[in-house]
Every structure is written in C-alpha cells, then in structure tokens.
Design a protein around this ligand. Structure first.
Ligand SMILES: CC(C)(COP(=O)(O)OP(=O)(O)OC[C@H]1O[C@@H](n2cnc3c(N)ncnc32)[C@H](O)[C@@H]1OP(=O)(O)O)[C@@H](O)C(=O)NCCC(=O)NCCS
Length: 381
C-alpha cells in the first residue's frame, strides 16, 4: 500500500476555500454583497427581478432590460401539463420540498436546451427555472389542498404572483413589498450547502436541472433551509415571550440544537437578521400578531448570554411567513423560490469556468490486510 503525507483536513470543510466566485461575498462580520452591492441597500431600493438579473448577468439591468427580463420570467411561469399531472399523483402527505425537487427533475426533459451548457443557453434555462420553481410550489400546494391551480397573473411580480397563487388573493402592496425584500435577502449566499451541491453537480458537466435538483434536496435539511420550518415549530411550542428564556435554558441543558441559531460563516451576526427582524416587527403591528418577534428577541438574548451564538435569518423568517399566513411547511420552498436565482447564477459561473470538483477523503479504515476466504460452515460440503 502506498503512503502519502497526511493532508490538511477540515471537518465539514469549515474554512476551506472550495472555489472562486464573482457572484456573492459573505462577510463573516455580518455583511453580504451581491456582485459588489450591499444587501442592505438592495433590500431597500431594488426588487427581486433586478437582483436575479444582477446575479445572473453581473450588472444591474437598465429599465428596458429589467422590463424585458420581468416579461420573460412572467411568460415562462406555466408548467407542462404532465408535470401538473405528476403532482396530482403524489401521495397527499408529500412534503412540498419533495414535490418541488421531483418537479424540478421532471421539468428537465421538457426543456429543449437541456444539454446545452453554453452561457447563452444557461441564462435562458435559468429564466425558465426561476419562473417555474415558484409555479411548482404554488400549484403543488393548491393541488395538495384538493384545489385547482390558479391562472398566472402576469401583471404581478414574481413575489406578488407566488403570494397570489398560494393564497388566492392579491395581497396588499406592503405585503408584496415585504415578500420582495425577503426574496432579495434569500437570493444568494455564496458557497452555502445547496449552492455547493449545485456546483458539484454542474462541475461534472451535468445540466442545470440536475444541479438545481441536487440543490433542492440539499436545501431541505434542517441544518440548512429546513431550519425556517423547524424554527416555527419551536416558536409554536414556546408560545409567549415570558416562556422563552426557560425554554432555551432547558433545551441547552439537553444539549439540543436550537433551530435558527448559529452559522458556519457569521460569527458576529447574520447580515440578513436586522432586516428580517424589522419586517417581523412591522408586520406584527400591521396584522395584530405582535407576540412572535419578542419571543425571538428573548431567545436571541439568552443564546448570546449562554453560548455567544447569533441568530440566523431563519429564526425571523419563520414568524414572518406565519404572519403572512403561509403554512410552515411552505417556509423552505419559499426560500427555494428565491434561492433558485443564486443556484442558477452559480451553475452558469461553474459551467463558464469549469473544473471537476472532486476532493479527497482521509482514510480511517483498517490497515492493509490479506483476503481471507469465508470460513466453511462445517457442513462438510
Ligand atoms: C448552522 C450550523 C449547522 C453551523 O454548524 P457548524 O458551523 O458546524 O457549527 P458547530 O456545530 O461547529 O457549532 C459550534 C458550537 O456551537 C454549538 N451550536 C452551534 N449551533 C447551535 C445551535 N443552533 N444550538 C445549540 N448549539 C449550537 C455547537 O453545539 C458547538 O458547540 P460545542 O463547541 O460545545 O460542541 C449550526 O449552527 C446549526 O445546526 N444551527 C441550527 C440549524 C440552523 O439554524 N440552520 C440554518 C443556518 S442559516
């Protein structure tokens, strides 16, 4: 057996630079930039369509480019009837993330440019995927409720349309704006687990649908996107702010992982939390449900005191989605409806400058040993 010098090893790839990107930078010191633009400024001034365009193309669109991009996104929303039929065939208790992952995978053969990984074809496929992921979520949800999907409203933005198609009502303007801001916050986050999964898949020169299918599967886990569903279960259990500290102390004593806390990169605060917290406060007042944010704040204070761990965006996203009246199993899919823009931008970048992603493992199994034939069972055969 050959030996090799013991390589550097970082469990969970913590701190490892696994590739270059021009798309997004997560500043461990509570910052986030999309192609050089500060997320805080984007959340205040931009809309999601502009952000998606920026992530994909590298520059902000002109007004004409934004209109054209928004029109293309609206036009690409409808799903093939076979995909709708598939969603009707799934068991009624299918989790919306499983439905989404299956839907993305099934869309692949319907795309005439599936196996063309050129930059131009990838941008066109990205537009189709960003549009259709929202439709998969909204139509899938209505089908699961035993209702028919609603027709698209091309006059509404992507955030407004998914809101309308899920709830059956065109929301008030302030709710559309909030949804748009949430979509901007969730749109990209450099080499997070689902994006990295997408890039690993794309790096084999597999197509964009394969990469986004991998990403959907990865986002579902509670240590990643699934945390915004799990956080709501926790808040539901706590119920009131005066119970939060005791609940947290008990959970920490049991060494439980508290959803919505901790982050691999941010150590002094998640850049997205202040904006999401503010949306939560504002929404709580507007809809008369102001119990949730004080629970989160009390949990934050206790966690900071006990373990110096910061809240992440999913802690506040959970009550925001609840106050917008989405059932909590849609929290992670709604995250996906935005993050698909980032996934696609990363697939474009990966294909444009591709190198197979294939790390090594550190072998910790038995040392070399000779093969031994299975012992006879003594039957005399
Ligand atoms: C996000 C997360 C996976 C990052 O994991 P990581 O970088 O591997 O961090 P570690 O697991 O090394 O955590 C370091 C320490 O903080 C603790 N810790 C981290 N997150 C914690 C949490 N949410 N609740 C309780 N303790 C936590 C760990 O137990 C560990 O403590 P130890 O040193 O005493 O063993 C992790 O913080 C987590 O599981 N959070 C909850 C899920 C979540 O909200 N995910 C969404 C992320 S945006």
């Amino acid at each position: 057996m050959t030996t090799e010098p013991k390589p550097a090893y970082s469990p969970g790839l913590a701190g490892v630079i696994a590739g270059e990107t021009e798309i997004c930078w997560v500043d461990p010191d509570a910052g986030l930039m999309y192609r050089g633009y500060d997320i805080h400024e984007m959340a205040e001034k931009a809309n999601f369509e502009e952000v998606a365009y920026l992530l994909l193309n590298g520059e902000l669109p002109t007004v004409a480019e934004r209109e054209e991009f928004s029109r293309a996104l609206a036009q690409e929303r409808p799903l093939p009837k076979e995909v709708l039929e598939m969603m009707r065939l799934l068991p009624k208790n299918t989790h919306p993330m499983d439905m989404l992952r299956t839907g993305v995978s099934m869309l692949a053969p319907f795309d005439p440019e599936l196996n063309d990984n050129s930059h131009e074809a990838n941008i066109r496929k990205a537009i189709r995927l960003i549009a259709k992921v929202s439709t998969l979520i909204a139509d899938g949800y209505r089908i699961q409720q035993g209702e028919n999907p609603l027709p698209e409203r091309p006059d509404l933005t992507l955030a407004g349309n998914i809101f309308y198609k899920l709830t059956g009502e065109v929301p008030q303007d302030y709710k559309i704006r909030m949804m748009d801001t949430i979509f901007i916050l969730y749109a990209d986050h450099e080499f997070n687990a689902s994006t990295f999964a997408a890039r690993v898949t794309a790096a084999t020169l597999a197509d964009m649908y394969a990469a986004v299918t991998s990403a959907c599967g990865t986002l579902k886990g509670p240590l990643h996107g699934g945390a915004n569903e799990e956080s709501m279960k926790m808040l539901d259990e706590i119920k009131t702010a005066d119970r939060a500290e005791k609940w947290m102390m008990n959970a920490l004593a049991r060494k439980a992982k508290i959803m919505g806390f901790g982050h691999r990169v941010y150590k002094s605060g998640d850049s997205r939390v202040p904006i999401m917290r503010e949306i939560g406060r504002d929404l709580g007042k507007r809809v008369g449900k102001d119990q949730w944010i004080p629970i989160c704040e009390k949990l934050e204070l206790t966690m900071e005191r006990e373990k110096h761990l910061c809240a992440n965006v999913d802690l506040y996203a959970a009550p925001v989605f609840t106050m917008l009246e989405f059932p909590s199993e849609l929290n992670t899919p709604i995250f996906a409806a935005s993050r698909v823009a980032g996934w696609c931008a990363h697939v474009v970048e990966q294909h444009d400058h591709n190198r197979l992603i294939r790390p090594r493992s550190l072998y910790t199994g038995p040392a070399a040993r000779p093969y031994k034939a299975p012992a006879s069972n003594g039957s005399g055969a």
